[in-house]
Design a protein around this ligand. Structure first.
Ligand code: NAP
Length: 540
C-alpha cells in the first residue's frame, strides 16, 4: 500500500473510451463517487489514438452510439451512413459534456498499478501523475486494442525518414507529395491506403496477406431515412438485443445451399451494391462463417470483383487472397480501385519478403531498395495482453494479471476474473463477439447489476462492523467459461485464419486464445440474464 495521501472514491474507472464513458455515467447516475482516469488528453479511447486518415467505424452510424440516451439518439446528427474518427471523437466528448462527466474525469493520467487490499477491501490505484486513489470498485475499460503491434523487422530504427504507426497518429504529418509505404492490409491499412492515395506522390503497399474486402456503401443519409430510423428506434434496439452481432436487425437463418446458384449470385451482387461487411456476411446467408463450401463461394465472388476492378494483372494477383474468407470482415470506400493509378503499387511479400529496413527505406529479398519519405505501420495491435501489460494489477494474495493470464487472457463473460474481487473489465477477454458499441453497454449494465446486488443487501457498508460482501467470480466458473468459448469457436471458419488477433496469433510469443464468446450478444445476454435471475450463482 502506498504511503501517499489517497483520495477516497467509491469507484475508479480506467479509460474514457466508449466503455469508460458509459461506466462513469452509470456510477455517477447511481449515486457513486467516481474518478475516471485516462492517459489521453481527452475522452475517446481508441478513437482518440487511431486518428489516421480514413479511420471510420464500419458499424452503421445509427448503431454506433449509445442506446441509453433516447433524446440524443433522436437528435444527434450523423449525416452519413458511417461515422468517421473525428465525428466519433466529437460525439463521445459531447456525451461527456452533456452528462457532466468531465468533472469526474482526469486526463493525461495513466494507471501505473492497482493493488487489492484484503484488510480494507479496497483497491489502491497509483497513477503516473502521483495521484493515488482508494476505491471499493475498480473497472478497467482500457480497450482490447490499444497497444500497437510493431513487428521486429531488422534495421527498424535505422530508417532516416518518418516512421509512424496508425495507432498513434501524429497531428503534424502532411503526406502530400510524399513517397509512402504502408505495411499491413487489415481493416486499418485498407482504410488508410484508400484515404491517402489521392494526395501522396507514390504509395506502395507491402502486403503479406491480402484480405477479402467489400464496399462500405458510405454515403449521405436522407432526411426521410433519418425520420424512419427515429420513428423505429425502439423496435430497432429490441431486435438488436435479440441479435448475435449487435450490428444487424435481420440476421439470416437460411443456408446458402437453400438458394439456386443463380439466386446466390444475384444476392451477392445485391449485397455488394448495398455495402457493409457484416450485412454481406450475415444478412442473407446463415452459414458463411461455418460452412466451408458457402465460405469458398463467397470468397470466389469477391475474388471475381477484384479481377474485374483491378486492371493490372500483376497487382490483381497480389491483391487476391488464396485463402478462405476467414478474417475479420473488411469493408472499404474504393480500396481496390486505388491500384488502377500508376502511382499506387504493391509488393507481394509472399513472393518478395522484406529483408530489412535501411536508412533510405525498405530493402526486399530481391535486393531492391524502395526509397521512402514515410514508412507507416498498419500492423495492428498487441491485443489485451499488450493493453494490460502497461500497468500492474495485483489481486488477492499478490496474484497479478500477468500470472493469471500465463496461459493467455481469460475471464468470466469478458467482465470478471477469479482472485480479483470488486474488479471488472469492460471489453475484457471472452466477452460477446458483437458490435463494440453494444458490447460495452451490456457489459456495463451487468457490472452495475452485480454491484447493485451486493449493495442492496446492505452488505457493502463502510462502517467496519461487518466485512462488506465482495463480488468475486468462482475460479471453476472462469475455467468453464474459457472451455465454453473454445468449444463455441471450434466450428467457426475464422479459426482457420493464421496471424489473427481474435485468436491471439498475430503477435509472436503470445499464447493462442479464443478472444471472444462466439455466439455473440444474444447468447451472452441469455446467460447473464439467468445469472441475475438466479442471484449470481457464478459469484462467491
Ligand atoms: P490487423 O487486422 O491485425 O492487421 C494487421 C496487418 O499487418 C495485417 O495485414 C498483417 O499481415 C500485417 N502485418 C503484421 N505484421 C507484419 C509483418 N511483420 N510484416 C508484414 N505485414 C505484417 O490490424 P488492424 O488492421 O489494425 O485491425 C485490427 C482490428 O482493429 C480489426 O480487426 C478491427 O477489429 C479493428 N479496426 C476496426 C476498424 C473499423 O471499425 N472500421 C478500423 C480499423 C481497425 P498478416 O495478415 O499476414 O498477419
Amino acid at each position: 500500500m502506498s504511503s501517499q495521501k489517497e483520495t477516497r472514491v467509491d469507484a475508479v474507472v480506467v479509460g474514457a473510451g466508449f466503455g469508460g464513458v458509459y461506466q462513469t455515467y452509470s456510477f455517477k447516475s447511481a449515486g457513486y463517487s467516481v474518478r475516471c482516469i485516462e492517459r489521453a488528453p481527452t475522452a475517446g479511447g481508441v478513437w482518440y489514438w487511431n486518428r489516421y486518415p480514413g479511420a471510420m467505424s464500419d458499424t452503421e452510424s445509427y448503431l454506433y452510439r449509445y442506446s441509453w440516451d433516447k433524446e440524443d439518439l433522436l437528435t444527434y446528427p450523423w449525416p452519413n451512413r458511417y461515422v468517421t474518427q473525428p465525428e466519433i471523437l466529437k460525439y463521445l466528448n459531447h456525451v461527456v459534456d452533456k452528462h457532466n462527466l468531465r468533472e469526474s474525469m482526469q486526463f493525461n493520467t495513466s494507471m501505473e498499478s492497482a493493488t487489492w487490499d484484503a484488510e480494507q477491501n479496497l483497491w489502491h490505484v497509483v497513477c503516473d501523475t502521483g495521484d493515488v486513489f482508494a476505491a471499493r470498485y475498480l473497472v478497467t475499460a482500457m480497450g482490447a486494442l490499444s497497444e500497437a503491434h510493431f513487428p521486429q523487422i531488422a534495421g527498424l530504427n535505422s530508417f532516416a525518414g518518418r516512421l509512424l504507426h496508425t495507432q498513434d497518429w501524429p497531428d503534424d504529418i502532411d503526406l502530400t507529395g510524399k513517397t509512402v509505404a504502408v505495411i499491413g492490409s487489415g481493416s486499418t491499412g485498407v482504410q488508410l491506403m484508400t484515404a491517402i492515395a489521392p494526395r501522396v506522390k507514390r504509395l506502395v503497399s507491402f502486403q503479406r496477406s491480402p484480405q477479402h474486402s467489400v464496399p462500405t456503401g458510405q454515403g449521405p443519409v436522407s432526411e426521410e431515412e433519418r425520420k424512419e430510423i427515429n420513428a423505429n428506434y425502439d423496435k430497432i434496439y429490441e431486435k438488436i438485443w435479440q441479435s448475435n452481432s449487435g450490428f444487424l436487425t435481420n440476421e439470416s437463418d437460411r443456408p446458402m445451399s437453400s438458394y439456386t446458384p443463380e439466386q446466390r449470385q444475384e444476392i451477392f451482387e445485391w449485397l455488394w451494391q448495398q455495402g457493409n461487411a457484416f450485412r454481406f456476411n450475415m444478412s442473407k446467408f446463415s452459414d458463411i462463417t461455418t460452412n466451408e463450401e458457402a465460405n469458398r463461394e463467397t470468397a470466389k465472388f469477391i475474388e471475381g470483383k477484384i479481377a474485374q476492378i483491378v486492371k493490372d494483372p500483376k497487382k490483381a494477383k497480389a491483391l487476391t487472397p488464396k485463402t478462405l474468407y476467414h478474417r475479420r470482415p473488411l469493408c472499404d470506400t474504393g480500396y481496390y480501385y486505388i491500384f488502377n493509378q500508376d502511382h499506387v503499387d504493391i509488393v507481394d511479400l509472399r513472393e518478395t519478403p522484406i529483408e530489412s529496413i535501411v536508412p533510405e527505406g525498405i530493402r526486399t529479398k530481391d535486393g531492391t531498395v524502395h526509397e521512402l519519405d514515410v514508412l507507416i505501420f498498419a500492423t495492428g495491435f498487441d491485443a489485451l495482453e499488450g493493453t494490460y501489460a502497461r500497468t500492474k494489477i495485483t489481486g488477492r494474495d499478490g496474484h497479478t494479471i500477468a500470472e493469471h493470464w500465463k496461459n493467455g487472457p481469460s475471464s468470466f463473460a469478458g467482465v470478471s476474473m477469479a482472485g480479483f474481487p470488486n474488479m471488472f473489465m469492460v471489453f475484457g477477454p471472452q466477452g460477446p463477439m458483437s458490435n463494440g458499441a453494444t458490447v460495452v453497454e451490456v457489459e456495463v449494465r451487468f457490472i452495475m447489476q452485480l454491484i447493485a446486488n451486493v449493495e442492496k443487501s446492505g452488505a457493502a457498508t463502510e462502517s467496519g462492523a461487518k466485512k462488506p460482501k465482495l463480488i468475486e467470480v468462482k475460479p471453476e466458473v472462469e475455467a468453464q467459461w474459457r472451455k465454453l468459448c473454445d468449444k463455441e469457436a471450434e466450428t467457426s471458419i475464422l479459426k482457420k485464419a493464421t496471424n489473427s488477433w481474435i485468436f491471439g496469433t498475430n503477435v509472436p510469443g503470445r499464447k493462442p486464445i479464443v478472444t471472444f464468446y462466439f455466439p455473440g450478444l444474444k447468447g451472452w445476454l441469455e446467460i447473464t440474464r439467468k445469472e441475475a435471475e438466479q442471484g449470481f450463482p457464478s459469484y462467491m
